[in-house]
Design a binder for this molecule. Structure first.
Ligand code: PRP
Ligand code: URA
Length: 244
């Protein structure tokens, strides 16, 4: 069964501009400046699609000629960039919806276990946004996304959407099984995760490519990974194949 049939919450953009820009983004020859520009442009295009079902309320507008009925977006939207890599998606989203609140969540993925580790969360006690858009370029194992949704649901967010540039099938399955009510908007679903938990063909490390943090072999994908990492990936792949 196709992934999109199994998970109706998954929306993969079919826009030609998305496919074009994503191909340049993936290219190992794309430099940091160009990479950041492309993350921003792709976020704009995906954000446009992800917010296509926001409720609006009527608003009367006076044009220079006459009064007419317009519309304004009803829900308060919260943008939730996952540090670090989600930061590059914020400005484009704010261009689309300047009234949005921005709530940062700090998570990094332990290289060995591939489990998310939370290190920053300043959400106030009660939810202030009705629709939350999680911004993170990569949906790999899905662990970071599922943990972020857990945080937002505990906060009281009403509707939650995940906006990512590239997903692995394993990540779509993990997030969808844990949170079937969360819409997932992506530019592409790639072939798989490799034994280091990186999306292939992917684009490498989205944080490092945006922020130019290449420190040689030690920072290359999965440098510190070992057997434990490969076992985590194998388990996710068994789950996916078995349809859980
Ligand atoms: C990357 C990415 C996601 C996470 C995805 O962040 O930006 O947050 O990995 O992986 P998952 O789906 O397997 O959880 P990373 O941990 O590299 O942190 P960084 O953005 O600070 O570099
Ligand atoms: N995080 C990344 O930046 N890239 C991947 O392929 C997986 C997780």
């Amino acid at each position: 069964m196709e992934l999109a049939d199994r998970y109706p919450n998954l929306a993969v953009s079919s826009h030609p501009l998305v496919a074009h820009k994503l191909s340049i983004l993936r290219d190992v020859a794309t430099n940091t400046k160009k990479f950041r520009e492309l993350v921003r442009e792709l976020t704009w295009l995906l954000g446009y699609e992800a917010m296509s079902d926001l409720d609006t309320r009527p608003r009367t507008v006076r044009t220079p000629l006459e009064e007419t009925q317009g519309a304004e977006v009803e829900p308060k939207v919260g943008l939730v960039p996952v540090l670090r890599a989600g930061l590059g998606m914020v400005d484009a989203m704010l261009e689309l919806i300047p009234s949005a609140e921005v709530w940062h969540i700090g998570l990094y993925r332990d290289e060995r276990t591939l489990k998310p580790v939370e290190y920053y969360n300043k959400l106030p006690d009660a939810a202030t946004a009705q629709v939350c858009l999680i911004l993170d370029p990569m949906l790999a194992t899905g662990g970071s996304a599922a943990a972020t949704v857990d945080i937002l649901k505990a906060w009281g967010a009403g509707r939650i959407k995940q906006v990512s540039l590239i997903a692995a099938p394993e990540g779509v399955a993990t997030l969808s099984e844990a949170h079937p009510d969360v819409d997932i908007h992506v530019a592409a679903v790639d072939r798989a995760l490799n034994e280091r938990g990186y999306i292939v063909p992917g684009l490498g490390d989205a944080g490092d490519r945006q922020f130019g943090t290449f420190a040689g072999p030690a920072s290359e994908p999965g440098h510190a990974a070992g057997d434990e990492t490969a076992e985590v990936v194998r388990r996710l792949q068994r789950d996916l194949a078995g349809g859980r």
